[in-house]
Design a protein around this ligand. Structure first.
Ligand code: SAH
Ligand code: ZN
Ligand code: ZN
Ligand code: ZN
Ligand code: ZN
Length: 511
């Protein structure tokens, strides 16, 4: 799975993920709710700004929240761009055309019909990733199909569907059985009765599978995912087609209502949200979304001092980023393993280190990690840690983040990765072959490490405003030119419209 490593590799290389995306594109969080973002087929777009080393902020633009590859959704609009009525109409038509071919209601109707068919008539088209009713057979005659789809198979759609590995959009990496089992057992031990699964289709299915085996099912699950293929397998109350980067429910108010009811049932007691977003995704919009889900849960709460329990599954090098938005979260040492992911799953050779962890607001002393998988309880830290993660007497903490033994550096006054050495030029520990005084991780404008471009003390607000006005004037005259060059500036590949349309169609048929 080169894609997976690439993705993690680049993110990690960015340096503790203080800034994501090597292109230097940052998301601008909405400050003015009065100007709603324009819509792409994936709901409201996000406002981005392109930044480059040593330069001030450049022109801001709207782009798709869900697709980080222009090939998947090529929506682009300058923040201050005014569209003609004709272009707006064309966009609306496109947004409508890009919606899934089958409505949510129709999917449910089809599913009900499908389970009533005799086994020999239950077919699944692998090419179209679709359950076929007898009326559809003719259309899919030339396609590869699987027959005799059993109820057991219908209960495990994540095994029937192929994972959408496109790292820039779905980045579907499914939990390995042991990690998924661990999560379900943990949720049950902690006493949760409802699990809001945001981008965790395999966890959702395992919860339901276990519950269906129980005499008295004690755990329910609701899946929110952008992968529309799952709507073929679940009723309206257990799946919503959802975009977690903009909190958009593709099926409108009805679906939003399903989610709200689920969160607020039992006065909000006994519910947890578990999410495993694409790692290439931006932390800020995710945090904004999760805060909206938290607010939705809170509406139904009697006491407001409580927090919605959350498991956010993400690579360890996002720790500071996540804790910035959710200060009550801590990172567990448990390594989450994936199936379709060559590097981070347990092979015959034993445990490979996965960089993926669970971030949670549940006190870590309540979370027992499996001893047989190499975890131990640290009485000093009052939490379970990896066997190799040793308690540092100087830091008074089990400091390793990556499962290896870390070493204490007395000059840095903290523990560092075993591969790092103290550099007297940089005055901190780093890889032996690092380039000294590299400002890579710091602010784009001044290079300092403790802030980002947006909060750089070197740009004054007035300067920013003046610049924006000047640019706006310039832009008006350049509009036509921009239209034709944006392809290059956005790193578009020059594909013909027809091809783009085909790709979009493909995306929706397959998702
Ligand atoms: N490990 C999880 C799957 C995580 S992969 C499991 O086994 O259950 C990431 C998941 O997030 C995929 O299911 C993918 O379809 C979903 N996803 C990707 N982008 C999304 C978006 N913008 N909104 C909602 N879900 C998204
Ligand atoms: Zn889009
Ligand atoms: Zn087919
Ligand atoms: Zn230490
Ligand atoms: Zn050091």
């Amino acid at each position: 799975m080169a894609a997976f490593t690439d993705r993690l590799g680049t993110v990690e290389a960015e340096g503790n993920a203080s800034r994501q995306g090597s292109s230097g594109v940052e998301v601008v969080l909405p400050s003015d709710p009065a100007t709603p973002a324009p819509l792409c087929p994936h709901g409201p777009t996000l406002l981005f700004v392109k930044v480059s080393q040593g330069k001030e902020e450049t022109r801001r633009f709207y782009a798709c929240s869900a697709c980080r590859d222009r090939k998947d959704c090529n929506f682009f609009q300058w923040e201050d761009e005014k569209l003609s009525g004709a272009r707006l109409a064309a966009r609306e038509a496109l947004n409508r055309r890009c919606q899934p071919p089958l409505s949510r209601v129709l999917c449910v109707e089809r599913y009900v019909k499908f389970i009533e068919l005799p086994l020999s008539q239950r077919k699944f088209c692998q090419k179209c990733q679709q359950l076929l009713l007898p009326d559809d057979w003719e259309k899919h005659r030339e396609h590869q199909a699987v027959g005799d789809i059993s109820i057991a198979q219908l209960k495990r759609p994540s095994q029937l569907l192929y994972p959408l590995e496109n790292k820039k959009t779905h980045a579907q990496y499914l939990f390995a059985d042991r990690s998924c089992q661990f999560l379900v057992d943990l949720l049950s031990t902690l006493g949760f009765r409802r699990v809001l699964c945001v981008g965790t289709p395999r966890l959702h299915e395992l919860i339901r599978l276990k519950a269906s085996g129980d005499k008295k099912p004690n755990m329910k699950s609701l899946l929110l995912d952008i992968d529309f293929r799952y709507s073929q397998f679940y009723m309206e109350d257990s799946f919503c087609h959802y975009n977690m980067f903009n909190h958009h429910f593709f099926d409108g108010k009805a679906a939003l209502g399903v989610c709200r009811t689920f969160l607020q049932e039992d006065k909000g007691e006994g519910v947890i949200m578990v999410t495993d977003p694409p790692f290439g995704g931006l932390v800020e919009p995710l945090a904004v979304t999760f805060k909206k889900l938290i607010a939705m849960w809170k509406e139904g709460q009697s006491q407001d001092n409580k927090e919605l329990p959350i498991f956010w599954i993400f690579p360890y090098f996002f720790e500071s980023r996540i804790c910035q938005f959710f200060p009550s979260f801590c990172m567990l040492d448990y390594q989450v393993d994936y199936d379709n992911h060559a590097l981070y799953k347990h092979g015959k050779t034993g445990r490979k280190q996965s960089p993926v962890r669970i971030f949670t607001n549940i006190p870590p002393n309540k979370i027992i990690l499996p001893v047989e998988e190499g975890y131990r309880f640290c009485p000093l830290c009052q939490r379970y840690v990896s066997l190799e993660n040793q308690h540092c007497e100087h830091c008074n903490f089990c400091t390793s983040k990556d499962g290896r033994k870390w070493n204490h550096c007395f000059l840095c006054k903290k523990c560092v990765k075993p591969s790092w050495i103290h550099c007297s030029i940089c005055n901190h520990c780093a890889l032996p072959d690092h380039s000294c005084k590299g400002s890579k991780d710091g602010c784009f404008i001044c290079g300092e490490l403790d802030h980002k471009r947006g909060t750089c003390p070197r740009i004054s607000t007035s300067k920013k405003v003046n610049k924006a006005v000047r640019k706006q004037k310039q832009r008006k005259s350049n509009k036509m030119k921009m239209e034709t060059t944006k392809g290059q500036s956005m790193n578009h590949t020059s594909v013909t419209r027809k091809k783009k349309r085909r790709e979009r169609a493909h995306q929706y048929l397959c998702s």
